[in-house]
Design a protein around this ligand. Sequence first.
Ligand code: ASP
Ligand code: MG
Length: 404
Amino acid sequence: MNTIIQKFGGTSLASEESRERVVSKIINKHNQGYNVVVTVSAIGRKGNPYSTDSLIDLINTNTVSYRDKDLLLSCGEIISAVVLSSTLNEKGYKSIVYTGYQAGIVTDDNFGNADIIEINPEKLIKGLDKGYIVIVAGFQGANRNGEITTLGRGGSDITAVALGKALNSQWVEIYTDVDGIMTADPNIVPDAKVLENMCYSEVYQLAEDGAKVIHPKAVAIAQESKIPIRILNTFSENEGTKVETLERMYYSGNNTMQEDKIITAITYKKGRVQVILDLDNNENKTEKLMEELTSNNVSIDLINFFIDKKVFTIDNEDVLKLKKIMDSGDYSYKIVKNCCKLSAIGYKMRGVPGVMARIVKALLKENIKILQSSDSHNTIWCLIEEKDTDKAINALHKEFKLYQ
Ligand code: ASP
Ligand code: MG
């Protein structure tokens, strides 16, 4: 029998009414004859008593070990899994709940941000064989010693896709409270549109660059095992966004609508800081600086190195660390705070001339300064001042006709 995975986020489980919607999505697939495995996030957001943020607020994170913190955080998803199971049982559907550990999810030892090493799904398969709807608490597993670990914020998406891989599922459904992945943030661009389909590499980039649609690691696992993902809305019957291989996009003919679209979506990350260093031909100093940034765990981005100048960006949160390193090493540098990294993403831009020219033109027309830029096979990044964010996104959305 075909297996599918359904993942429901915290807002989908926050009230009795919303759980009714969740249950109807599950029952629907169950009644169609699928083996259904459901994974869930903790209930609600900050402020809701059993959300991950509320659980963190219960403890002093400076005095509790990473191990014990994970024990606490794993409870949020266990609670929502059992609450959902109870709702299903009330309606006469048999379900069985597993924690990540019980589900056979084995991770490394990195408490708080563990990676899944393998999944031993025997128990899950037994549950399915008995006709149960199987519910797995998301966001967690256990290391080889049976110590409970969590997978990092937003990690239930990873649970869903990893289960899909382990159970060889047809596809994975990620349910949230929006109609799918959009061309841009609809709070910024009123005519942003839901995308019918996207390829893995675009969604991965979107997730990495700030769009909170899905955890990038979940996309990476799906890409590697070629499992299609559907991003769907718990509260509507819309088709959502299908994420799959390019081959399948073309094969299914779903790609024709966006045929002439060079850019698929735009996203952004605020809170970036640009660092400009005068390092005239001093490569020893450059090497030393790179080492110091690494040992202080400062991640750098948009890296442009020239003979006489090194430019890169860091996160707002790392500014104090950077200043300490710079001042103790006697570097001559300048920082530009409150920057925003814009990402224009689209797999079709590879090798096509004129994309950057259009971006420059659209931004200059709005008097937006480009502080720095960079590109890859599917993305052009521009660093701009944070205050220009909304204007810039709207300008690019219009220039590339993403509203169509
Ligand atoms: N509840 C966890 C979090 O808030 C995991 C998730 O929602 O996917 O990060
Ligand atoms: Mg999430």
